[in-house]
Design a protein around this ligand. Structure first.
Ligand SMILES: CC(=O)N[C@H]1[C@@H](OP(=O)(O)OP(=O)(O)OC[C@H]2O[C@@H](n3ccc(=O)[nH]c3=O)[C@H](O)[C@@H]2O)O[C@H](CO)[C@@H](O)[C@@H]1O[C@H](C)C(=O)N[C@@H](C)C(=O)N[C@H](CCC(=O)O)C(=O)O
Ligand SMILES: Nc1ncnc2c1ncn2[C@@H]1O[C@H](COP(=O)(O)OP(=O)(O)OP(=O)(O)O)[C@@H](O)[C@H]1O
Ligand SMILES: N[C@H](CCC[C@H](N)C(=O)O)C(=O)O
Ligand SMILES: [Mg+2]
Length: 486
C-alpha cells in the first residue's frame, strides 16, 4: 500500500520530506521495524517514541508519523495533532477494516470480562461458529493461542490480529475491552456489533482518578457501537448495576438488559447455589429454560446471563445456550480448585478488586463446613485506594487472612502491605512478605473441611518484583505445599 493511500484517511496533517513509498508494515515499536515500515512515534508513560524515530529509520522505516517535526530525519514524516487517533485510522485501513467482516462482541466492566468472553466462546463454538478471542490471558485465533501483554492491545496489534482472524476464516470475535483501552483509544476503528456491560466497582482509580471518569471510559464502548449503522447493533446492560442508567444514555443503538433483582429482558430466577454448581431458571424474551451449570456463585449467574444475552441477540438458539452453559468447566485461575487428595478445599481465584474478593469469599461462606482462610495481596503501581478495602473484606469474611505480595512491580512490597493493614481494626490476620511462604503457611494451617482461597493472581504464571519477572504459579505452589505437608 502506498503512503498516500494511508494518509488519505486523515482529515488534516502536514508532511515534511515529500514522498510516497510503498508501506509493507506498520509499527509503533522501533524494535519491530523492518524494511518498508511506517513507524508511529507514540509518546508513552515511560519513554517517548519520537526518540526512537532515527533508530526506526536505521532499521528500515521508509516513513514516520509523529506529533512534531523531527530534526535530521530524511524520510517522509507525517505530522499529526493526535497520533493515537491517526494510528487507529491508518491501522484499520492498512489491515482492510477487518472487523467489518466479523461479528464482534465487546465485553467491558470491572469484573467478569474474561469469564464472559470464555463462556461466549463456548456458546459460539457449540453453534458451529469459527471463533477468535482477545483478552487478559491470550489472543486466540481458532485454537491457536498467542501471548499478549495487555488485556486489550494497542490499535496496530488489534487490527493485525483481527485481519489474521479474517484470513483464518473466523466469523465471530469475542473481546475484552478494558477501560484503559477505551480511554487510550486502542479500540478506535473497531466495528462492534454487540457490547456487553458486566459491572462497575472501584478499581484503576490511580489511572481514571474518579469513579465517574472510570464509568465514562467504559461508556465509550457503547457510544462507539453506534458509529457505523447496521440493524444488528445491540447494547447489553446489567440492570442490577447502578452505572447502567448512565451508560444507557451513552448509546443510540437498541439496548437490552439482564439481571436478577430488577426486571430485565433476560433473567435468572429460583437460583440455588451449592459447592457443586448452580441451578436456575433462565427466562429470556418470554421463553424459560432450566440451567444446571458447574460455575458457582451469584457472580457466576450474572456472567452466565451476560453471555446468554449476547449469544441470544447474536442468533444463537436458547437450547444451545443451555447446553453450553451446562458444559462450561470454568476459566483457568477463576475459582479453580487445587486438588491433591487433601481433606480441605483450596481455591485459586483472580479476585484482585474489593468487589470480586467479596464475591468469592461470600460464595465460599455459603457452603463452608469448616473455617475459611484467604491469602491475598495487592498489585504495585496499581490503584492504592483498594488496598485497605481489600484487607477489610478479607478479615470480614475469612476466619484468618494472610496478606502477602502480588506483583509489587516498582513499589516497596512492605509499603503495599502497610497500605493494606494500617488502620485495620480486625486482628484475624498475619503478614508474610513472601508469597510462597504465605501459601505454605496457609496450607499447613488448614484443617479438615476448611476452605483456603488464594486470591489475586489466578492464571498468572509470574511475579513481577522490581523490573524482574520470575516464574510463580499459585496453583503449582499450592499443590507442592499440599503434597509436602507432613
Ligand atoms: C500505562 C499503559 O497503559 N502503558 C502501556 C503503554 O506503555 P508505555 O506508555 O509505558 O510505553 P513506553 O514504554 O513509554 O513506550 C512508548 C513508545 O515507544 C516505543 N518504543 C519504546 C522503546 C524502544 O526501544 N523503542 C520504541 O519504539 C514503544 O513501542 C511505544 O510505542 O503502551 C504499551 C504498548 O501498547 C502497553 O503495553 C502498556 O501497557 C502496560 C504494560 C500496562 O500495564 N498497562 C495497563 C495499565 C493496562 O493497560 N491495563 C489494561 C486493563 C487491565 C485490566 O484488565 O484490568 C489492559 O488493557 O491491559
Ligand atoms: N460478574 C462478576 N462480578 C463480580 N466479580 C466477578 C464477576 N465475575 C468474576 N468475578 C471475580 O473477578 C475475578 C476476575 O474475573 P475475570 O477475570 O473474569 O474478570 P476481568 O474483568 O476479566 O478482570 P481483568 O480486569 O483483570 O481482566 C474472578 O476471579 C472472580 O473472583
Ligand atoms: N489487569 C489487572 C490485573 C491485576 C492482577 C493482579 N495480580 C495485579 O498484578 O495487580 C491489572 O493489570 O490491573
Ligand atoms: Mg480479564
Amino acid at each position: 500500500m502506498k503512503l498516500q493511500q494511508l494518509t488519505d484517511v486523515l482529515r488534516t496533517y502536514e508532511i515534511k520530506n515529500e514522498g510516497n513509498p510503498d508501506i509493507l508494515q506498520i509499527e509503533m515499536d522501533s524494535r519491530e521495524v523492518q524494511e518498508g515500515t511506517l513507524f508511529f512515534c507514540i509518546p508513552g508513560y515511560t519513554v517517548d517514541g519520537h526518540d526512537y524515530a532515527h533508530q526506526a529509520v536505521k532499521s528500515g522505516a521508509v516513513a514516520v508519523v509523529a506529533e512534531r517535526v523531527l530534526p535530521q530525519l530524511d524520510v517522509p514524516t507525517i505530522i499529526v495533532r493526535d497520533i493515537k487517533r491517526a494510528m487507529a485510522r491508518m491501522a484499520n485501513l492498512f489491515y482492510q477494516d477487518p472487523t467489518s467482516s466479523l461479528h464482534l462482541i465487546g465485553v467491558t466492566g470491572t469484573n467478569g470480562k474474561t469469564t464472559v468472553t470464555h463462556i461466549l466462546e463456548q456458546m459460539m463454538r457449540d453453534a458451529k461458529k469459527k471463533t477468535g478471542l482477545i483478552g487478559t490471558m491470550y489472543t486466540k485465533i481458532g485454537d491457536q493461542q498467542l501471548n499478549t501483554q495487555n488485556t486489550t492491545p494497542e490499535s496496530i496489534t488489534l487490527q493485525k490480529r483481527f485481519k489474521e482472524m479474517v484470513d483464518a476464516g473466523v466469523d465471530t470475535a469475542l473481546m475484552e475491552v478494558s477501560s484503559h483501552a477505551l480511554h487510550l483509544g486502542r479500540v478506535r476503528g473497531c466495528d462492534f456489533n454487540v457490547a456487553v456491560f458486566t459491572n462497575l466497582t472501584p478499581d484503576h482509580l490511580n489511572y481514571h482518578e474518579t469513579m465517574e471518569a472510570y464509568m465514562y471510559a467504559k461508556g465509550l464502548l457503547f457510544a462507539q457501537l453506534g458509529n457505523r449503522y447496521s440493524n444488528d447493533k445491540v447494547a447489553i446492560f446489567n440492570c442490577d448495576d447502578q452505572a447502567t442508567n448512565e451508560l444507557l444514555n451513552m448509546t443510540t443503538v437498541d439496548a437490552i438488559t439482564y439481571g436478577i433483582k430488577n426486571h430485565a429482558d433476560v433473567m435468572a430466577k429460583d437460583i440455588q447455589i451449592s459447592s457443586k454448581g448452580t441451578t436456575f431458571m433462565l427466562s429470556a424474551f418470554q421463553e424459560e429454560i432450566e440451567i444446571n451449570m458447574k460455575l458457582i456463585g451469584m457472580f457466576s449467574v450474572y456472567n452466565a446471563l451476560a453471555a446468554a444475552s449476547a449469544a441470544l441477540v447474536s442468533g444463537i438458539p436458547l437450547e444451545t445456550v443451555k447446553e453450553s452453559l451446562e458444559s462450561v468447566q470454568g476459566v483457568a485461575g477463576r475459582f479453580e480448585p487445587v486438588d491433591a487428595g487433601q481433606d480441605y478445599t483450596v481455591i485459586v481465584d483472580y479476585a484482585h478488586t474489593s468487589d470480586s474478593l467479596e464475591n468469592v469469599l461470600t460464595t465460599v461462606k455459603e457452603f463452608a463446613k469448616g473455617n475459611i482462610s484467604v491469602v491475598v495481596g495487592c498489585g504495585g503501581d496499581r490503584d492504592r485506594t483498594k488496598r485497605p478495602v481489600m484487607a477489610e473484606i478479607a478479615t470480614k469474611y475469612a476466619d484468618h487472612a494472610i496478606f502477602t505480595s502480588d506483583n509489587p512491580r516498582s513499589e516497596d512490597p512492605k509499603q503495599i502491605l502497610d497500605d493494606m493493614v494500617t488502620g485495620l481494626a480486625a486482628r484475624n490476620f498475619s503478614v508474610c512478605l513472601d508469597r510462597k511462604d504465605a501459601i505454605y503457611q496457609a496450607v499447613n494451617q488448614a484443617q479438615k473441611n476448611d476452605i483456603l482461597v488464594i486470591a489475586g493472581k489466578g492464571h498468572e504464571t509470574y511475579q513481577i518484583i522490581g523490573s524482574k519477572t520470575i516464574h510463580f504459579d499459585d496453583r503449582e505452589v499450592a499443590k507442592q505445599a499440599i503434597e509436602e505437608r507432613v
